[in-house]
Design a protein around this ligand. Structure first.
Ligand code: SF4
Ligand code: FES
Length: 248
């Protein structure tokens, strides 16, 4: 396949940045999208030019780092996959492909296609944990009965990989889907009840301080989420927040 790539290049946080055209040829439809970028970068290095900086780690849909906006969609044209799971067979010979970083105030661009998503880490640090008694009296988690439906919903919420596609696809740059998944995975389990009140209040407070926008129920986040995190989690977080506000 021969393609024209239009890639966002930005030398650093204070650089204005611009789209630069790169032709690439000899791309196999069986290559992953990131392998296609590897081919381009190899060519750029051989020509003595700076390779395109992009984030990646696991390359199998687990780590959530491959945050690419491809042809105007978070993680590209396919649903329920990350950019590293996207293959070139999703495109046609001769295509022009736009590749940009996530766009959100709370995700500033570091370089080219890499954004700083440490705001998500700070939200997690504000409440995305449980306290466990490790004094020798620790209760075996398997000995705590949990309703199947709640266990399944908690597990579904826990599949959020923190990629940020929900923020990037939201017109308000809202992080509600991410935060609600992190709140829900504990709110549905007995182990999460000890810090439940503080957790939701602190995580929402941190989310607001980081500069994420509000949710206006558009639902783009759910459509673009590679893990199929449901909007139901946002409704659950709102209930948790309301209850915690009365207690707090
Ligand atoms: S909710 Fe979905 S889109 Fe948002 S960070 Fe988690 S996995 Fe990514
Ligand atoms: S590189 Fe880990 S999810 Fe894509």
């Amino acid at each position: 396949m021969n393609l024209t790539l239009k890639i966002w290049r930005q030398k650093g946080a204070n650089d204005k940045g611009k789209i630069v055209d790169y032709p690439v040829s000899g791309i196999s439809p069986d290559m992953s999208f990131l392998e296609m970028l590897d081919v381009l970068n190899q060519e750029l290095i051989e020509k003595g030019e700076a390779p395109v900086a992009f984030d990646h780690d696991c390359r199998e849909g687990i780590c959530g780092t491959c945050s690419l906006y491809i042809n105007g969609r978070a993680h590209g044209p396919s649903t329920k996959i990350t950019a590293c799971q996207l293959h070139m067979r999703s495109f046609s010979d001769g295509d022009t492909i736009y590749i940009e970083p996530w766009r959100a105030k709370a995700f500033p661009v570091i370089k080219d296609l890499i954004v700083d998503r440490s705001s998500f880490d700070r939200i997690q640090q504000a409440g995305g944990f449980i306290s466990v008694n490790t004094s020798g009296n620790t209760q075996d988690a398997n000995a705590i009965p949990i309703e199947k439906e709640n266990a399944d919903k908690a597990f579904d919420a826990a599949t959020c990989i923190g990629c940020g596609a929900c923020v990037a696809s939201c017109k308000n740059s809202s992080a509600m889907l991410f935060v609600s998944a992190k709140v829900s995975q504990f709110a549905l389990l007995p182990q999460g009840q000890v810090e439940a009140t503080d957790r939701v209040l602190n995580m929402v407070k941190q989310m607001d301080e980081e500069g994420f926008g509000n949710c206006t129920n558009t639902g783009a986040c759910e459509v673009e989420c590679p893990k199929g995190i449901s909007l139901e989690n946002i409704a659950r977080m709102n209930r948790e927040y309301l209850a915690a506000s009365f207690k707090g």
